[in-house]
Design a binder for this molecule. Structure first.
Ligand code: NAD
Length: 301
């Protein structure tokens, strides 16, 4: 594969993968998509890409294979399975896993890819569905500098902040740190909103002034309306953030790094899932607080 690779297989065309693949088509790449839900690949074909009926078919002529799948088990199946990428991609192919998975899986993929004569990057993203549609994702990549340089034009068609953060697994390590900050920030903002409401202050004025100072954050800006209106339509589902917090706790344990706030918010997310809220946006962390405040749950799903 050269730095001018033009042929891409895209495996996993869901909320994130579909618009990311569409942006690659728009940038002039020949993109062949595969998803367990066949209708997703048909949509890509209607947008100028090609639909494949299997991973083997998708990767047959690909110089780059991108995966955007839910979690470790699906990525493992797509990469290591009998009909999977390692069994069918040509030597020299660059595999870029953009799913959010454990750093341990990323390292395992890189090692196995090397043994099979392929190359691999882990390149998870931040920015949500809107960022994927607009092509403005933050992309944190782990792997060799050479493979990163080869992948950079492709990654830049999907994101505006594209950064090499270290060897294999590093992208996923940075991603779980990202998810720690987002989760704890949401929890703190939700506690502040409920406290301010109970105190009877002018809530919009309070949030304006808070967001203009050191406590201001992208989370407060983007999730403010969810908190104040109790509208928790996703967005980023609590189920996915639960998976990410599990990845964080596993990765932190491996290096012996305590993440006490992360562990606590992870438990709050588990409680929400047990209450049937896993499909709501992660700003629904506020619902735990409404519950323990004895407040009627007003959320609109
Ligand atoms: P999604 O569930 O919408 O999409 C996943 C797609 O993978 C589905 O279309 C599913 O049919 C397909 N799939 C599952 N197993 C498959 C297999 N073995 N072979 C082929 N296709 C398969 O999920 P998403 O929101 O697009 O998220 C994808 C990844 O991106 C996750 O790891 C998530 O944590 C991460 N992420 C999501 C967001 C977000 O806002 N949604 C933001 C950043 C990162």
């Amino acid at each position: 594969m050269t730095t001018s690779a033009r042929t891409i297989a895209f495996i996993g065309l869901g909320i994130m993968g579909a618009p990311m693949a569409a942006n690659l088509v728009r940038a002039g790449y020949a993109v062949t998509g595969y998803d367990l839900a066949g209708s997703q690949a048909d949509k890509l074909a209607a947008d100028g890409g090609h639909a494949a009926g299997s991973i083997a078919e998708a990767v047959a002529d690909a110089e780059i294979v991108i995966t955007m799948l839910p979690a470790d088990p699906q990525v493992e199946a797509a990469v290591f399975g009998d009909g999977g990428i390692l069994a069918h991609a040509a030597p020299g192919t660059l595999l870029i896993d953009m799913s959010s998975v454990t750093p341990r899986i990323a390292v395992r993929i890189a090692r196995a890819a090397g043994e099979a004569g392929l190359r691999a990057l882990d390149a998870p993203v931040s920015g949500g569905e809107a960022g994927a549609i607009e092509g403005v994702l933050s992309i944190m990549a782990g792997g060799t500098p050479e493979d990163f340089e080869a992948a950079k034009p492709v990654l830049s068609a999907m994101g505006t902040t594209v950064v090499h953060v270290g060897p294999a697994g590093s992208g996923q390590t940075v991603k779980v740190a990202n998810q720690l900050i987002v989760a704890v920030n949401i929890q703190a903002c939700a506690e502040a909103v409920v406290f301010l409401e109970k105190s009877g202050v002018d809530l919009p004025a309070a949030l304006d002034v808070i967001n203009g100072g050191l406590a201001g954050s992208t989370v407060l800006t983007r999730k403010r309306a969810n908190f104040t209106s109790r509208d928790f339509a996703p967005g980023f589902r609590l189920d996915l953030h639960h998976k990410d917090m599990g990845n964080l706790l596993a990765a932190a344990r491996e290096v012996g790094a305590p993440v006490p706030s992360g562990a606590m918010v992870s438990e709050f997310i588990t409680a929400l899932r047990n209450a049937g809220d896993g499909g709501l946006d992660h700003s629904a962390l506020l619902r735990n607080l409404d519950r323990i405040n004895g407040k009627a749950l007003l959320c609109r799903r």
